[in-house]
Design a protein around this ligand. Structure first.
Ligand code: HEC
Length: 200
């Protein structure tokens, strides 16, 4: 597995650290500073998470909440193929995660919860369990740790997954398989786990 390869770029007074990107050709002076600063695993997962969280909130608010709840033109259903409905936000998220997994092994991610509708979304590793508990006990905070799985070391980050729209809470509260039915807007409903393999 590949490690994150930092490239330090220096142009005049400006110093930018990139992630294997060439910022301006001819201006790259790799490794001429005392210690090249790479992107840390945490900066990497924080940035990935911002994209995931934003896409997830946009799909939920602009598509599901608007068309299924407010306008009532189409419903969202886990059986979206048979019912010609919208895929659930969690399904959209998983389809993205599966496509990423087919393209790279530099990171992987999943959506989990201590109160899962789908039991397969329950935490499995100790870090996942501790992380999900931590983010629900400490709203607004993320959890970062390292773990070794199958002989490989990983940096593992757990980010709160929040009920950003009314439909998040209502759909879960009304679902027949939910172990918890008192979710409100703003609650931590679960967590996004992002895992990055670390070099040996
Ligand atoms: C229309 C119903 C519906 C809506 C809307 C919805 N969910 Fe879910 N959610 C589900 C179902 C069903 C699952 C299980 C799907 C699966 O894994 O196949 C799920 C899965 C999850 C999971 C993984 C743990 C679990 O319960 O299986 C989390 C966390 C989660 N949803 C949070 C949210 C948040 C936050 C929102 C709003 C941004 C949201 N959900 C919107 C129905 C819904």
């Amino acid at each position: 597995m590949k490690q994150l390869k930092p490239v330090t770029t220096i142009s005049g007074m400006m110093k930018a650290t990139t992630f294997g990107l060439t910022v301006a050709s001819g201006m790259i002076l790799s490794g001429c500073e005392s210690e090249p600063e790479g992107i840390s695993p945490q900066q990497f997962t924080d940035a990935l998470h911002k994209v995931m969280e934003s896409d997830r909130a946009v799909y939920t608010k602009q598509v599901v909440n608007r068309l299924a709840k407010d306008e009532k033109v189409i419903k969202a259903s886990e059986h979206f193929m048979d019912e010609k409905a919208l895929p659930l936000p969690a399904q959209m998220f998983r389809f993205g995660a599966e496509m990423v997994a087919s393209k790279t092994d530099e990171f992987s991610y999943s959506l989990q919860s201590l109160w899962p509708i789908n039991k397969q979304n329950a935490p499995v590793t100790e870090v996942e369990k501790t992380g999900l508990k931590f983010i629900s006990d400490n709203p607004g905070e993320n959890y970062y740790s390292e773990e070794e799985l199958g002989g490989q070391k990983y940096f593992t980050a757990v980010y709160p997954d929040i009920a950003v729209a009314p439909v998040c809470a209502s759909c879960h509260n009304e679902h027949k398989d939910t172990p918890r039915s008192d979710f409100k807007v703003g609650d931590v409903m679960g967590g996004v786990v992002i895992r990055v393999p670390l070099g040996s």
